[in-house]
Ligand binder design. Structure first.
Ligand SMILES: Nc1ncnc2c1ncn2[C@@H]1O[C@H](COP(=O)(O)OP(=O)(O)OP(=O)(O)O)[C@@H](O)[C@H]1O
Ligand SMILES: [Mg+2]
Length: 447
């Protein structure tokens, strides 16, 4: 295995340098050697290292001085100090000056390799989170406002929306609940020539028929009991802009006939009125239902369906947008972090895995709520599986039957996590000595 993690070994003792570099090479790390501080600085000028392994006691420039100098020019490079038992204070001082960790001589190669594996994982994590942030920044430059999407499926949607924005043809947006239908409708409006006109949404579901009718068409004074004043309807308000008929499948068939006429003539009368009102709007509709099936069932008129479905935009469910889940999660995380003043930076790989494995019946809206909740309960900058416990795969199938070895593996991981990766503490909790734990971890890693 080759790893994308380059190490520089700095030690004045040739034998030590060579054996360290030898172990590292065997583990698949790229490692170079320097015989002292001056040579190390020279090498640092020429290439980037992820980690410096530095002996603290060296003639000339010692480890502490090297640490001080290189932290000025290479603050991102990690440093692990190697020190003899007698000079532990200087190791402590090195940690204060920005070293990540120290090793006491003599040490077990396994201990060194485990420490480096841990640092390499951390580094990879930071890189992954930075890459996500970078992708988000690029997103912000695309002019799609708050709409975050990078998956192939969503890119195709965005391309289609950009193509059809300029025309005045009716658009029907379909997709499961929470997939972003309204968001896309607004983006479509913003990308159209009507962007400076109004965007007028109306939810056609869950309203009684006469209320919906007067909401849409407006009414004259005295049109029905309670109509003490004349009122403009949504059709009128949308003049010069976009009318968004949300849950369009819920419109009763009789009103579909009336709407069809409005769409053809761009004119109508208010309820109880006789004067023709002209309104020039672009129609965008949305539904989470299968309209073709509703046509077959006789709930939606075929002519109405054809009229509103000139351009069809299908939003894929979130589970079909693997590339978007991490990106959206990061986006909501940073946003809620900002709003609540909490320092949140990203997700652990495990958290990402959980998010990717989940089915997301509530789609983006659900992910948004989950991240809000995670930020509220988070006690550290990285959101991990502890913040997502309520998302764990369903327990219906009962406890999993696993081998003793697997149980041991999971238990060790749990303890290690609780002890924040500290092997000595974890070994104490497990009641075994540090070397035994190191060996077990080593064996697990090899699998
Ligand atoms: N691509 C996206 N980027 C950022 N936020 C999104 C995205 N898609 C959806 N959201 C957010 O998710 C929530 C649900 O989106 P929206 O209301 O547009 O979905 P919908 O498909 O209209 O849902 P419903 O069918 O329940 O009406 C909103 O808060 C929206 O801001
Ligand atoms: Mg909606």
């Amino acid at each position: 295995m080759t790893r994308d993690f380059r190490i520089l070994v700095v030690d004045d003792e040739l034998a030590m340098r060579e054996s360290l570099a030898g172990w590292l090479h065997k583990e698949g790390y790229a490692a170079d050697c320097a015989a002292g501080g001056a040579e190390a600085l020279e090498l640092l000028g020429g290439r980037t290292y992820d980690l410096l392994l530095v002996d603290i006691k060296m003639p000339g420039m010692d480890g502490l001085e090297l640490l001080r100098k290189m932290k000025e020019t290479h603050p991102q490079t990690l440093v692990v100090i190697i020190t003899a038992y007698g000079s532990i204070e200087s190791a402590v001082q090195a940690m204060k000056q920005g070293a990540q960790d120290y090793l006491l001589k003599p040490f077990d190669p396994e201990e060194l390799i485990l420490l480096i594996a841990k640092l390499a994982r951390q580094r990879e994590l930071i890189r992954e989170n930075q890459a996500l942030k970078e992708r988000l920044r690029e997103q912000e430059r695309t002019g799609w406002g708050d709409l975050v999407a990078d998956s192939k499926a969503m890119r195709a949607v965005m391309r289609l929306v950009e193509e059809v924005a300029a025309s005045d043809s009716p658009v029907l947006i379909t997709g499961e609940t929470g997939t972003g239908k309204e968001m896309v409708a607004r983006a479509l409006h913003a990308a159209s020539q009507r962007a400076y006109g109004p965007f007028v949404p109306i939810n056609c579901g869950g309203q009684n028929e006469s209320l919906l009718e007067s909401e849409l068409f407006g009414h004259e004074r005295g049109a029905f009991t309670g109509a003490v004043q004349a009122r403009r309807g949504r059709l009128e308000m949308a003049d010069g802009g976009t009318l968004f008929l949300d849950e369009v499948g819920e419109i009763p068939p009789k009103m579909q006939v009336d709407l069809l006429r409005v769409l053809e003539e761009k004119a109508f009368t208010r309820l109880g009125g006789s004067q023709t009102v002209h309104s020039d709007f672009r129609l965008v509709s949305a539904t989470h239902r299968d309209l073709a099936a509703l046509v077959r069932a006789g709930e939606v008129r075929q002519d109405f369906f054809y009229r509103i479905n000139v351009i069809a935009v299908r939003l894929p469910p979130l589970r079909e947008r693997d590339d978007d889940i991490g990106l959206l999660a990061q986006y909501f995380l940073l946003r809620y972090g900002r709003e609540t003043g909490k320092t949140v930076e990203g997700l652990t790989p495990e958290a990402l895995r959980i998010l990717n494995a989940y089915a997301w019946p509530g789609n983006v809206r659900e992910l948004k709520n989950v991240m809000e909740r995670a930020v509220v309960i988070a006690r550290q900058p990285l959101i991990g599986k502890n913040e997502l416990t309520f998302l764990q795969p369903d327990q219906e199938s009962g406890p999993e039957l696993i081998s003793l070895e697997e149980m041991e593996r999971r238990h060790i991981q749990r303890v290690l996590e609780a002890e924040e990766g500290n092997i000595t503490h974890a070994a104490q909790v497990l009641g075994i000595d540090r070397r035994t734990l190191t060996r077990k971890l080593r064996r697990q890693e090899a699998k």
